[in-house]
Design a binder for this molecule. Sequence first.
Ligand SMILES: Cc1ncc(COP(=O)(O)O)c(C=O)c1O
Length: 401
Amino acid sequence: MHDPTLHLESRCIHGGQQVDPTTGAVMPPIYTSSTFVQESPGVHKGFEYSRSHNVTRFAFERCIANLESSGLSESDDRTCGGFAFASGLAAISTALELFDSGATILCMDDVYGGTNRLLQRVRRRSQGLKVVFADLSDAKSVAHAAAQHRPALIWAETPSNPTLKIVDIAAIAAAGQSVGAITAVDNTFASPILQRPIELGIDLVMHSVTKYIGGHSDVVGGCLVTGRKDLAEKLRFMQNAIGSVMGPFDGYLTLRGAKTLGLRMARHCESAMVIAKWLEQHPAVERVVYPGLASHPHHALAAKQMRLNGSPAFGGMITIFLKGGLAESRAFLEKVHLFALAESLGGVESLIEHPAIMTHASVPPAERATLGISDSLVRLSVGIERVDDLIADLEGALPKG
Ligand SMILES: Cc1ncc(COP(=O)(O)O)c(C=O)c1O
């Protein structure tokens, strides 16, 4: 079903979905078969081998293509421009294979630590990529860096991880077009419920579906979506040629998670706003970074770019700087109960972590210092528990001031 007039919450449930033609099942079966019988060599029902063709994975791929507004139909690409992988990093790795050795990549300076590691410590060596990091949240520096470096790919992440900078997605698309670069946005923190970069002219969207799309911290996966038929053709080839595909059980879990994405995101946004405002007045907190706060340097852009049913909505991620240093951060993180001290984000349960020691340990210390990822920085992923319980948990763990 590809009705573009449906609202996003309805697209989460019906987007790209078909009733199983054999049984009428409303959810696609988990097809575990690795291979498919052929009537005669090369004569088959469109399914040859499960790395290339899997019904359960295809169902999720069509769903995410619909949610990200790929605009492609099944006649353009079998899964309408959606591609699912074994992890978010497997998705990024496959996207990087679109580029020849020696290509220049212009990358947001504040990105997930694993993205930084893949580019700097793997692909610089194995693919000879020239990686230039820049603060793409500064619109002037985007245009300037694009003109100066003439990249083959511009890679942005917005909101960025962990300092929650907001990048002007339309400006990235324009900068890419001006130099003939492919543009990509890691949309993991916002989810397609809040922002759909392809609608703003971006070529490629990536998600760690481990996060909001899966939503229950029970699956690791990734995806790419493109609205360009030529890129869909290349990605279809790469996905099969490289083979880091999402398995059928994970495809099932991810599709199941996506069905409630609209509902969950509304709650994440609502609770995070309440908690961010509460934290902002707490004496033990030096600074709160949340795109929904007027104090956020890119608040106006976030309000324009991140929207839920026509109103601004800012996601479930909050970054705080505590007063003090590592000792104070540790004491706080050891005391929370409801907020689980764990890497990852975007699940129904609230998570909390220390990027300098945990998710961003792979970013070289000097770069961490430049980005402001200090020992007093703590990242919160606000879940969908009752917000009063979450505030009580934070209150019990923070020093009284
Ligand atoms: C913004 C962002 N992008 C990409 C990734 C990588 O995804 P995965 O862990 O599914 O490989 C993560 C993981 O934390 C992330 O937060």
